[in-house]
Design a protein around this ligand. Structure first.
Ligand SMILES: [Mg+2]
Length: 265
């Protein structure tokens, strides 16, 4: 595994070619549970410089709705790629990777699985935002419960896998779902729908910023993936690492990334 390069090594020639920034939210735009003001204003400045800006998160459909409508962004991918939303001519467009009947069947299976996980792994809880989720089940290990040890996180993942679900670990939740999608699939869908962009052909012209194992498909795919400094805590849980790392953590690191990009354009 190559060592992570410093953000300052992201070349000006690359910065000049970037068309858009995709970014995780939790612990990438936030820090200690709060949106970092400098990161939020960075989204606005990136957009103002003509870049497309798209948060890509494990957070629920209900949050995606609010962010797509209110934030300075061009669209949002939520529930780890299961759905996306964007504004077109002042109206919201929402898309899901699975048809409604399939989502309903999966929902019933996940509700059963939730009972099993909460009963078998002490200290876990449903994520506080579970009510606003459309496709996935989020088990809290760190957000509104006292932090659980790595063995408990592994045990949650094992329960999802045993039940035939996909599981991804973020910095606060384990998210699990039925069906083959991830953050990268959701980005492909949103960029195709909203902008007619073929992400596979354009990957060299997009930045991805993230911090944890649910960002791994993105770190593997984007040659210019950037981890905020706190990604270091998760490196040994990931096979794919970002190419670059910021000096600071969370949203403070994202603001550094935006400043570097804008300075070299
Ligand atoms: Mg994160």
């Amino acid at each position: 595994m190559a060592a992570l390069r410093s953000l300052t090594e992201l070349p000006p020639s690359t910065c000049a070619q970037i068309e858009g920034v995709l970014c995780d939210i939790d612990d990438t735009l936030t820090w200690e549970g709060r949106l970092v003001p400098g990161a939020f204003s960075a989204l606005h400045r990136l957009q103002g410089a003509g870049l497309k800006v798209v948060p890509v998160t494990g957070r629920p459909g209900g949050w995606v709705d609010q962010i797509a409508r209110l934030w300075p962004v061009d669209g949002v991918v939520g529930e780890n790629g299961g759905l996306w939303a964007y504004m077109r001519h002042g109206r919201m467009v929402r898309r899901f990777v699975q048809p409604e009947a399939e989502r309903r069947t999966h929902r019933e299976r996940l509700e059963e699985l939730a009972q099993t996980i909460l009963a078998r792994i002490p200290g876990t809880a449903l994520a506080s935002d579970q009510a606003y989720r459309d496709l996935d089940l989020a088990i809290d290990f760190c957000e509104d419960v006292p932090p659980l040890p790595p063995e408990a996180i592994d045990a949650i993942v094992a329960e999802f896998v045993r039940a035939g679900a996909t599981a991804k670990v973020s910095s606060i939740h384990v998210n699990g779902w039925y069906g083959r999608f991830d953050k990268l699939e959701g980005c492909r869908g949103l960029l195709r729908d909203a902008f007619g962009i073929d992400l596979d052909a354009a990957r060299h012209r997009w930045i991805y910023a993230g911090d944890s194992p649910n960002d791994e498909p993105m770190f593997a795919f984007f040659p210019h993936a950037v981890g905020v400094a706190n990604v270091r805590a998760f490196l040994d849980r990931m096979d794919a690492h970002p190419a670059y790392v910021t000096p600071s953590s969370g949203g403070h690191g994202f603001a550094e990334l935006a400043a570097h990009l804008l300075e070299h354009r």
